[in-house]
Write a protein that binds this ligand. Sequence first.
Ligand code: HEC
Ligand code: HEC
Length: 665
Amino acid sequence: MRIRGIWVGGGALAIATLLSFLIGPEAFRENRASPGIGNARALQASYERWKAQYERTEGDRRLVLSLGYSKGLSARFTRAQGQIRLDLADGTISVEVSGLGAEEAFEVWLVDNRPGPGRSVKPEPGDAMLRIGSLKPKGSAATLETRLDREQLAGFEIDLVVVARAGETPVDGGLLFGSPTLYQRIYYSEQAGRLATFAQRGRASTVTSRPAASLFSAPFRALIPSPAYAQQIDLATVLAALVDQGRALFFEETFNGNGRTCGTCHPAENNLTIDPAFIATLPANDPLFVAEFMQALSKNFENPVLMRQFGLILENVDGFENLETKFVMRGVPHTLALITSLTSPPGPGPSERTGWGGDGAPGSGSLRDFATGAVTQHFTKTLKRRPGKDFRLPTDAELDAMEAFQLSLGRQSDLVLSGPGALVLKFAGMGVPNPEQGKVLFNSSAKCFNCHVNGGANAAFLPANFNFDTGVENAPHPADSTGEPRPRDGGLGRTENSNGSFGDGTFNTPTVVEAAVTCPCFHNNLAKTIEDAVGFYTTTAFSDSPSGSIVGTIILDPPQIEDVGAFLRTISALEKIRSALDLADKAKGASNLGQTKKLLRLSIDEVGHAIKVLQDPGLYSAAVTHLEDARTKLVEASKTKNKAERDVLIDQAIAAEVSAQDMVQ
Ligand code: HEC
Ligand code: HEC
């Protein structure tokens, strides 16, 4: 077995070396897709951290998936939720579902999505499907315990676990869905020896996994599908290819729908979000406005008044069965630093926290599944939302790629705001708010750190992304004066309330490092500026809320609100400068002028965001001067054809940005 392991590693290494001689690793990658935001190397480091944690929780021996309603795949809306546990050593499966109701019978299926024309992530005729048993009532839940037969499953891969109405197949009768995430797919591929892995440091010839041996200890690992591109040389190459493909899909793919892409609402040049000012720059025929020019979408799809004035998007988060009244109006969150904000608290619920409710993704609730719901919600040509007619659903390979790309965006870890190595901010100027003082308040009497530890989305008492009811729905909203319908938003979950909302009233904590450049803030875009968002916490809407009664009243006088705002502006600006530097560096390495220009354009945008967020309250004016200088140099560089001259200009811009950083921290 060892011999085989070494041979596999050695063979792949030889191919890798040969390829890099022939075309160079960069060219190998960049010929595939246009460059841009997203960083595959950072993603790999995050994966390695995830893997260490996953092994500590025995993920190497047990696969656990959440099962839930899927906006996109389910035959009808349901509040039921469940979980499946698969023991990878002996093939035992246990499924538990609650909320299905006793009047119908249900069966559990495994689906292997087979590629082919017109095929997608949805179970379709031609996919391999295996019924593993019926759910039996047990207390208020329904359960199934069974054991898989390895022989019967040769060559089968579990793309989906489906709970379907008895007597129907997952094609028409599927209600609850779950699927392995990208990281799980990568992990089990490594373990099963289908993805060659190499130690990154030193001599690259050490094979880090012993494929055959570990497969022997957990034979059912082979059931977990490999990610797209797993046939590539090594993990770094696989991830780079996935990120490139994911970027192209995110910004260019319309999924045969109404013309929108993910980038329509999450544009790269505007921090992956939209706001009224950005919306005002778009032409009338931009696909964001499909409700204004496509007859079939003119009612119950978007609200053009609330979209244009407040940047609000219509979401049927609680099912599509009553479009007239069952919807909520939400702001578009940026999709930056997602990797820091996905960790679900222990207990039942979606496997990862996404969207304002924390349960934005359909099916298992993971980021990978988010795209299925987004396409169904936003890309459709008619309100019938028929997959294959009004849009096409993504394939498994596309979901892998989009997940990789999204995970690679923005920060890959949280800041350090207290203790050894903590960020210390310098004097920001005479007569302007004090960011360092704002940081101290954030971490003490203003109580922000409780829920946004280190400026992120996780709680101080447990490293997970919690939901809270901070009372945002109870604050008066400027949109109320328009008279446009804006049903009460119930946040997480689907329980029906007497006030007509669905959910438990809590919302998912977002990161705040990115907030100052992405306001309007909160799920309903209530706060126009970052200072408005900070000020919200001093209102009775907060102090009377369930969270307010736990953490207590937050007292900040107007100058202190400005200080906390200045702190949040400064950390946003530092993050934008980091991103601008990353893009400038990529621009130097790009293989042709078109790609260089595109990367420089993005870098210029990032510098612009840093300038604006500091300039509004007059923070760090000397650093802003350096940033303006950097921007001028980058603009010049983007007009310079000669590579050597262009690189000199880019280096000057980089130096100016580093000086700006030094003046701030
Ligand atoms: C019409 C605008 C629009 C389009 C198009 C759109 N989104 Fe979104 N996106 C939103 C809104 C609104 C939310 C908040 C939804 C919620 O609260 O569940 C959101 C939330 C998200 C989130 C959650 C972010 C977080 O912080 O948890 C992700 C991820 C995401 N979108 C990805 C996508 C992908 C992938 C696509 C393309 C397949 C896409 N979006 C297309 C408007 C859009
Ligand atoms: C009890 C937990 C809790 C505390 C304490 C808390 N937050 Fe929040 N924060 C949240 C939640 C939950 C949201 C999302 C609320 C919503 O959209 O309805 C949020 C949203 C935000 C946002 C909006 C981010 C965006 O992208 O829209 C900002 C900014 C913010 N908080 C800053 C602060 C500051 C500053 C403090 C301290 C004064 C603070 N928070 C205290 C839980 C908390």
